[in-house]
Ligand binder design. Structure first.
Ligand code: FAD
Length: 412
């Protein structure tokens, strides 16, 4: 086979791959991105968190994103039938931006990778990575382009940002049980045609079902009158909802009275898609000559929109450390990359578990939670899961438990 070489090879051109490519080009390295799809391509996951803005700014991508004309976002509205609670990200414990965007990912991801290309990244669209040879100094990838002969790419370092493709997890046998119950997401885009006067387009709407345990929906409006509407349901209950993804989508939609009212004039824009058992994890995020960033490593759940935030943070961090290593400095990937990254992900995990066991609903829908505690929760939901000055970051399970007891005592 033919071969080629680069400094850094990146698998996948989603947010994790794009930010890593941009950071490394800015530091003067030769960067090659291998992307299986042609861009723009549809992907789900449209609601960002304010924490993202710090990583985008650090990578010199803030103007790129601000120029996109996206829907502004300043918080989350939680609903359960008539009951509604707003969390405003501008009122929060941690420092940092309190606003961000809701984006159609096809356009957003394309915009980010285009900025990396302008910074010097060579991106090969329509080419798939299907082999990997780990090596501390000279890892290599086997690549098959859609329209050409397979070849080998020699690199000095590899970043796997392949999202649900999970390329290195599969090729290196790193997959592990995500330790979350299997749940399925069913989703589509629509013209929302919302006319309800109280509706706030600057917040994601998250609706908990009043009786079907663990069922919830997201409604993420965009700036062009479109919106993303999706549902999560325990996988074992899916067959009761219909034979096709579209049947299930319509059944889930009809099961929320507040959606029937809000979206009575909505028009579906695409056939609903479905991802069964979306959670995933790996035994290690680093190994000889490689690091795994974004969804190619751990993915928890869509409930708190943490996916792109984790992708941008890990992609940026992997790039900064790879740059140091290639410049001859010693890098301890376990303590400098994996441990801090996993700590933030574990904070989101504690919140995800607390959502599904009902703890967080009790807290969020409580009529008068102490303001200082609400601000700490707001900071985590805004993505500041690495700010250990926040007790809910330092020890999320303990503080969620204490807060639950407090809420229960007050309502008793
Ligand atoms: P991706 O964006 O998935 O990019 C990976 C790229 O790698 C793809 O373009 C793919 O084509 C390419 N690739 C895969 N295999 C190969 C291969 N073998 N060779 C070459 N290229 C390859 N996150 C949020 O922040 N907010 C949300 O509201 C949100 N909602 C979600 C709802 C659902 C139902 C799900 C499942 C996820 C949601 N997420 C959300 C998560 C979010 O979509 C992901 O976290 C995010 O896309 C991860 O970015 P990434 O760069 O890691 O991977």
């Amino acid at each position: 086979t033919a071969s080629d070489s680069t400094d850094i090879a990146i698998i996948g051109a989603g947010p994790a791959g794009a930010i890593a490519a941009k950071c490394l080009c800015d530091r003067g390295f030769r960067v090659r991105v291998i992307e299986a799809a042609q861009f723009p391509r549809f992907t789900i996951g449209e609601s960002l968190l304010p924490q993202c803005m710090e990583d985008l700014a650090a990578a010199g991508l803030l103007d790129t994103v601000n120029d996109g004309g996206y829907q502004r976002k300043n918080g989350a509205r939680f609903s359960q039938d008539e009951h509604v609670v707003d969390i405003d990200f501008r009122d929060k414990f941690s420092d940092g931006p309190g606003e961000t965007f809701q984006v159609e990912r096809a356009e957003f991801d394309h915009r980010l990778i285009q900025a990396a290309i302008e910074a010097g990244a060579e991106v090969r669209f329509g080419a798939r990575v299907n082999g990997f040879t780990p090596d501390a100094n000279a890892p290599s990838l086997d690549i098959t382009p859609d329209d050409g002969a397979p070849y080998r790419l020699d690199a000095r370092f590899v970043i796997d940002a392949s999202g649900p493709g999970r390329v290195l997890a599969r090729l290196c046998g790193l997959s592990r049980d995500p330790a979350l119950s299997p749940r399925t997401a069913v989703f589509a885009h629509l013209h929302d045609n919302i006319t309800a006067p109280g509706y706030d387009r600057e917040k994601i709407l998250l609706g908990a079902h009043h009786s079907a345990a663990e069922r919830w929906f997201w409604l993420i409006p965009f700036s062009n009158g479109r919106a993303s509407l999706g549902f999560v349901e325990p996988s074992d209950r899916l067959p009761q909802l219909g034979d096709s993804a579209e049947d299930r989508y319509r059944a889930l939609w009809a099961s929320f009275p507040e959606l029937k009212r809000l979206l009575e004039h909505a028009e579906l824009l695409r056939t609903p898609g479905e991802i069964q058992g979306y959670s995933a994890n790996v035994t290690a995020l680093t190994g000889p000559g490689y690091a795994i960033a974004g969804n190619a490593g751990e993915f928890l759940d869509p409930i708190f929109s943490s996916g792109v935030t984790i992708a941008l943070r890990s992609g940026r961090r992997a790039a900064e450390l790879a740059a140091r290593e290639l410049n001859g400095e010693a890098v301890d990937w376990r303590t400098e990359y994996e441990q801090p990254l996993r700590h933030g992900i574990d904070v989101f995990r504690a919140f995800v578990e607390a959502w599904y066991d009902g703890t967080l609903q009790t807290i969020i829908f409580h009529p008068n939670p102490p303001v200082y505690l609400k601000r700490m929760i707001s900071a985590v939901l805004a993505g500041y899961a690495w700010d250990t000055a926040n007790p809910f970051v330092a020890n999320p399970r303990k503080h969620l438990g204490t807060l639950l007891d407090l809420c229960r005592k007050e309502s008793a």
